[in-house]
Design a protein around this ligand. Structure first.
Ligand SMILES: [Fe+2]
Ligand SMILES: [Fe+2]
Length: 326
């Protein structure tokens, strides 16, 4: 499948033919399951790098271009022009200071559309909510999916599967709404969401090679929130589920830095929350493999045996490069 076809079919999947997951009975709001897309090696754009799946992960960004948001966006565009990128994952705190009030809020223009302008960034963005997005109207970010071709948030939590090629298995993304869990918002029925996460991971098909949970709040960090309520709250309820189902990666934002942490257990934690404002990190913590308080984004490249992660700075510097293998 050519890249152009992939983009088109993804958009159709998101807008037209979303399939409601069988587990939706557990969820309060409808949960959308994206059909698997076939990303053969030939689908790669600029320079095929040997991986059938590549994507950018960016959190904590929408500040009207300030705090190096604009410069980081430009670097993302440059990166995606010469490196294949199938989509962008937006990891929450998409709009500071207080989310958006509607799908017509001017911030869509000032903090998103006029910032991530590169042609290479016009593919699909799959987004989740952060705590700041909750201050106004979180569901406006779901509704924007109907206006924008590239923005996809089908529900407050949802799944996405991507094929790694014929007979090569697939990657399961479980996109969660961690703010509802951390704050225990009763109207959002966090216990139902947790049951859904558990069930979704449990029922992952045998050809799922990598399980990636994507949420806004990290469950470990070496930033300012090392032992904050948020961090401990999400760790308490999410980590047992991720360990039970051998989740390979928990990818989050919330901390305004980039980190790779490997606490005891199975799951690797990556934080990519350096889309605009920065906060400090503390080096030397036993479970940390990498931390940087620099603007930038993470770039994931995955095949059936390798999961490669790079941290790229706002100036295009490769800050970190690591690979998990099967
Ligand atoms: Fe944030
Ligand atoms: Fe946050």
């Amino acid at each position: 499948m050519k890249r152009r076809d992939f983009v088109k079919s993804t958009a159709l999947t998101a807008i037209g033919t979303s399939v409601v997951a069988p587990l939706s009975a557990l969820a309060e709001s409808p949960v959308t399951h994206f059909e698997s897309e076939d990303l053969s090696a030939t689908a790669a754009g600029p320079d095929a790098n040997g991986y059938p799946l590549n994507f950018i992960a960016l959190g904590d960004w929408g500040r009207n271009g300030e705090c190096l948001q604009l410069e980081t966006a430009k670097q993302m565009g440059d990166w995606a022009r010469v490196n294949p990128s199938d989509f962008v994952l937006a990891l929450g705190d998409n709009f500071y200071p207080k989310g958006v009030v509607s799908e017509y809020d001017p911030l869509w223009h000032y903090s998103f559309e006029s910032i991530y302008t590169a042609h290479s960034l016009q593919g699909d963005w799959f987004a989740i909510l952060g705590n700041h997005d909750y201050y106004s109207e979180p569901d406006a970010q779901i509704r924007y999916s109907k206006i924008s071709r590239r923005w996809h948030m089908p529900a407050r939590y949802y799944t996405k599967e991507v094929s790694l090629g014929q007979g090569k298995g697939k990657v399961l993304f479980v996109m969660i709404d961690s703010q509802a869990i951390v704050q225990n918002y009763q109207d959002q029925h966090p216990e139902k969401q947790l049951a859904w996460i558990d069930q979704t991971l449990k029922e992952a098909s045998a050809d799922v090679k990598w399980k990636i949970v994507v949420g806004h709040h990290p469950s470990y960090t070496v930033g300012p929130r090392v032992s904050n309520y948020d961090t401990l709250a999400i760790r308490k309820v999410l980590n047992p589920i991720m360990e039970k189902h051998k989740v390979d990666v928990y990818l989050s934002g919330h901390e305004h830095s980039m980190q790779h942490l490997k606490p005891e257990g199975f799951t690797h934690q990556f934080i990519s929350g350096a889309g605009s404002e920065l906060t400090h990190v503390t080096p030397g913590v036993a479970y940390s493999r990498f931390q940087a308080s620099e603007n930038g984004f993470m770039y994931f490249s995955i095949d059936e045996k390798r999961l490669n992660v790079k941290a790229i700075s706002v100036t295009g510097k490769l800050l970190y490069n690591t690979q998990l293998t099967r």
